[in-house]
Ligand binder design. Structure first.
Ligand code: PRX
Length: 638
C-alpha cells in the first residue's frame, strides 16, 4: 500500500478492505471545506440527512457569542428523525435494539416496537402532567426502558436529566433539586455482578430531601420488594396497561434550539453543573460524527458498551445509532460476569461488527489474559473504538491484536460531555498511532496554546482549545449562564475583538505529523475508570461526615482504572484515626456520591497545604504522593 506521507513513530495503516469499503468524504478536502465555510457545510449536511418540520433561517448565529445558536428558526424533533421517519421505510421492521440482561434475559425491539413503546410512555408522561420544557430525572440501570424514557421525554419536548445509576443519594438529590424535576423515572433495582443495586431505595432517600417531586415511575427489573409511596410512586408496567398509554402520541414540534437534555458533569470547582444540549445541533452533530468515524453501514451491529447515564451513552447508545437507523446492542451488567469472557461471548453471539468502549475496560479485561477472548469467534468485528481517557499503547495493542485480530482499526475518540460529539478522532482510513486520537473531526478547529494563548511548537504540551463553534456544542450551563462563560470562555477569549475560544480543560501536544496526543485534565477533574469526578464533590461528602473537619482529594495513577482517589482528612478535635474510620469514610462517600467515588486510600493529617487565600493546593499533595518535585511553593501559606 502506498502512503503519501511518511509518518513518524509507530504507525498502523488501515487494512485494504477497510479502505476499499469506506464510504467517506476525503478527510483533508472535507476538513478544509468546513473550515472555509462552517455554516454552509453544516447547513448542507443538516438539510441532506434529516427531516425538518420547517427550514431554518440562519445556520449559525454568532451574534451573542459564546451563546451560539445553530439552525435558528428551524423546526425539528430529534425523535422524529431517530424513530418516526424510519417507520415510513423498510426499517420499521429492522431491529433497533438487541438487549441482554446480566442474567441472560434477552429482548429485542424493532424500530416499530421501540417507536410504539416510546409513544405509549410519552402519553403516560403527558397524562402525568409533564409538559414541554419540564425536566424529568431518569435514574436507571442499562435496560431498554432507560432509552424509552429518554426518547419519550424528547418526543413531548420535556427535558431529560439522566443520573448515572452508579451515583448515590446525595448526588441524585442534588441533581433532582438543581433541575427542579417533578417526575423521576427509576427501577426497583439493577443487576450488577450478580447483585442488586437498590435504585429505588436510593431514590426514596434522595426524595426525603427533595419534596418537589410529585411522581415516581418505577420499572420492575429485579422483582425485589420495594417501598411504594402511596400517591407518589407508580409502577411503569401498570401505567403502560392503562388507556392513558396511548400509542397515538404526536411528536412535539420543537425549535432547533429548544433544550433536549441536561447532563450533570463535574467541573473545576463547586457542584456538578448541568450541561444543556438542544434538539437541532446535537442531532446533526452526533449522527454525522458516528456516520463518518465508524463508517456505519445498514448491516452493522453497533455496540457502545458505555452506560446511557453518561454522555457517551446519550450520544452513541441512544441518539446517533437510531438517527442512522442501525442496530445496537445494549448489555446490562459487568464485563466479567459471570466470567471474564462475557463481552466476547456477546460479540460472538450477537455478531457485533463495531465495538466502542473505554481504556479502563480494555485494561481490566486484558488482565485476565488472552485465553478468554481467544475461545470466541470475534471475526464479525470490523472496527473498534475507545473513549474516556488516553489509551496507553500497551492496552491499544492488546485490543488491536487480540480483540481485533489485527484487522480492525481503533478509533480513539476524544470528546467531552460539553462537546456532545467526537471532536478529535481518526476516520477508518486514517493511519493510526497508538495513544493518539489523531486529527480533529472535519470542521473542528483545535489548537494547543501556552499560558498566553499562543500556539505552542510541535511536541510541546499546552492547553487544548477549540476556536470555532460546532453544532452539538453545549449551549449553556442550565440555570447558570455566568458560570458557562467563566468556566469555558473566559480564559483565552478576547470578546472585544470578537474572538471566542473554548477551553477544554485538557492538555495536549501535537507531533510533527499533526497528530494530537491528549495528556489529561489540567483542572480538578479526576477520571476514575473513565468516569468524571470532581474533587469538590468527594471533599464535600467527606466533610459531611461528623468525624471530618477538612478534606482534600487528589487522583493518583492506577494501572487499570487510570486514576484512583486518594483523600487527606483533618479529623475533628477528639476523633481518633483508625482503620475502622477509614472504612467508614469510604462507605460514607459511597453512600453520598456513589461507589465510583470511594477513595482507595485515606490519610489522616494535621494540616493541608493552602494558599494564603485558603485554597487547598492539591498540586502539592499530588507531587508529594507521587514523590515528585513540589514546584513553586511561594504562594503556600506555611
Ligand atoms: O480528559 C478528557 C477525557 O475525558 C474528558 C471528558 O470527560 P466526559 O465529559 O466524562 O466525557 C467522556 C466521554 C466523551 C476529556 O476532557 N477524554 C475523553 N476521551 C478521551 C479523553 N482523553 C484522552 N483520549 C480520549 N479519547
Amino acid at each position: 500500500m502506498s502512503h503519501q506521507q511518511e509518518l513518524h513513530g509507530e504507525v498502523f495503516y488501515p487494512p485494504e478492505h477497510i479502505v476499499a469499503q469506506a464510504n467517506l468524504p476525503d478527510y483533508e478536502a472535507q476538513h478544509q471545506a468546513m473550515l472555509a465555510d462552517l455554516a454552509g457545510e453544516w447547513g448542507r449536511i443538516a438539510e441532506e440527512n434529516f427531516e425538518w418540520f420547517a427550514p431554518w433561517e440562519k445556520t449559525l448565529d454568532e451574534s451573542q457569542a459564546p451563546f451560539y445558536k445553530w439552525f435558528v428558526g428551524g423546526k425539528v424533533n430529534i425523535v422524529h428523525n431517530a424513530l418516526d421517519r424510519h417507520l415510513k421505510t423498510w426499517r420499521r421492521n429492522k431491529v433497533a435494539l438487541i438487549w441482554e440482561g446480566e442474567n441472560y434475559d434477552q429482548r429485542s425491539l424493532t424500530y416499530h416496537q421501540l417507536a410504539r413503546e416510546v409513544c405509549r410512555f410519552a402519553s403516560v408522561l403527558r397524562a402525568m402532567g409533564v409538559q414541554k420544557g419540564d425536566r424529568v430525572t431518569i435514574y436507571m440501570g442499562r435496560v431498554p426502558e432507560i432509552m424509552i424514557a429518554m426518547l419519550a421525554c424528547a418526543k413531548i419536548g420535556a427535558v431529560h436529566s439522566v443520573v448515572y445509576g452508579g451515583f448515590s443519594v446525595e448526588a441524585l438529590h442534588e441533581r433532582i433539586e438543581d433541575s427542579q424535576s417533578k417526575v423521576v423515572v427509576t427501577a426497583d433495582g439493577a443487576w450488577l455482578r450478580g447483585k442488586v443495586v437498590q435504585l429505588k431505595k436510593i431514590v426514596d432517600e434522595a426524595l426525603l430531601r427533595s419534596p418537589t417531586v410529585q411522581t415516581v415511575i418505577v420499572v420492575k427489573r429485579t422483582g425485589e420488594d420495594v417501598h411504594m409511596e402511596p400517591g407518589r410512586d407508580l409502577w411503569y408496567h401498570e401505567l403502560m396497561k392503562l388507556p392513558i398509554a396511548d400509542a397515538g402520541c404526536h411528536t412535539e414540534i420543537m425549535d432547533a434550539e429548544d433544550p433536549l437534555f441536561l447532563l450533570y458533569t463535574s467541573g473545576t470547582t463547586g457542584k456538578p453543573k448541568a450541561i444543556l444540549h438542544t434538539h437541532g445541533g446535537y442531532m446533526v452533530g452526533v449522527a454525522t460524527t458516528l456516520k463518518w468515524v465508524f463508517d456505519l453501514k445498514e448491516e452493522d451491529t453497533w455496540w457502545c458498551a458505555a452506560d446511557p447515564g453518561w454522555i457517551t451513552g446519550h450520544s452513541y447508545i441512544v441518539y446517533a445509532p437510531l438517527l442512522l437507523g442501525v442496530t445496537s446492542v445494549m448489555y446490562e451488567g459487568a464485563p466479567n460476569h459471570p466470567f471474564p469472557d462475557r463481552w466476547w461471548d456477546i460479540v460472538e453471539r450477537h455478531g457485533v461488527t463495531v465495538l466502542y468502549t473505554a481504556p479502563t475496560a480494555i485494561r481490566g479485561l486484558m488482565r485476565f489474559g488472552d485465553a478468554w477472548p481467544n475461545r470466541h469467534d470475534l471475526s464479525s468485528l470490523r472496527l473498534l473504538g475507545s473513549v474516556g481517557e488516553p489509551i496507553n499503547p500497551e492496552a491499544w495493542k492488546w485490543y488491536y491484536r487480540v480483540i481485533g485480530g489485527e484487522r480492525c482499526p481503533i478509533m480513539d475518540t476524544w470528546w467531552q460531555t460539553e462537546t456532545g460529539n467526537f471532536m478529535i478522532t481518526p476516520l477508518p482510513v486514517t493511519p493510526l498511532k497508538p495513544g493518539s486520537a489523531t486529527k480533529p473531526f472535519p470542521g473542528v478547529d483545535v489548537e494547543i496554546v501556552d499560558e498566553e494563548g499562543d500556539p505552542v511548537a510541535a511536541n510541546e504540551e499546552g492547553y487544548l482549545i477549540v476556536k470555532r463553534p460546532w453544532p452539538a456544542m453545549l449551549r449553556t450551563i442550565y440555570g447558570d449562564p455566568d458560570r458557562y462563560v467563566k468556566q469555558y470562555w473566559e480564559r483565552f477569549s478576547e470578546p472585544e475583538k470578537g474572538k471566542f475560544i473554548y477551553m477544554t480543560g485538557d492538555s495536549a501536544r501535537r507531533d510533527e505529523d499533526g497528530y494530537i496526543w491528549v495528556i489529561g485534565r489540567v483542572d480538578d477533574v479526576i477520571k476514575v475508570s473513565g468516569y468524571r469526578l470532581g474533587t469538590a464533590e468527594i471533599e464535600s461528602a467527606l466533610v459531611s461526615h461528623p468525624a471530618v473537619a477538612e478534606a482534600a482529594v487528589i487522583g493518583v495513577p492506577d494501572e487499570v482504572r487510570g486514576s484512583v482517589i486518594k483523600a487527606y482528612c483533618i479529623l475533628r478535635a477528639g476523633v481518633e484515626p483508625s482503620p475502622r474510620l477509614v472504612e467508614e469514610l469510604r462507605e460514607h462517600v459511597g453512600h453520598e456520591v456513589g461507589p465510583i467515588a470511594k477513595p482507595s486510600s485515606i490519610e489522616f493529617v494535621e494540616k493541608l497545604p493552602k494558599t494564603r487565600s485558603g485554597k487547598i493546593m492539591r498540586r502539592v499533595l499530588k507531587a508529594r504522593a507521587l514523590g515528585q518535585d513540589e514546584g513553586d511553593l511561594s504562594t503556600l501559606e506555611e
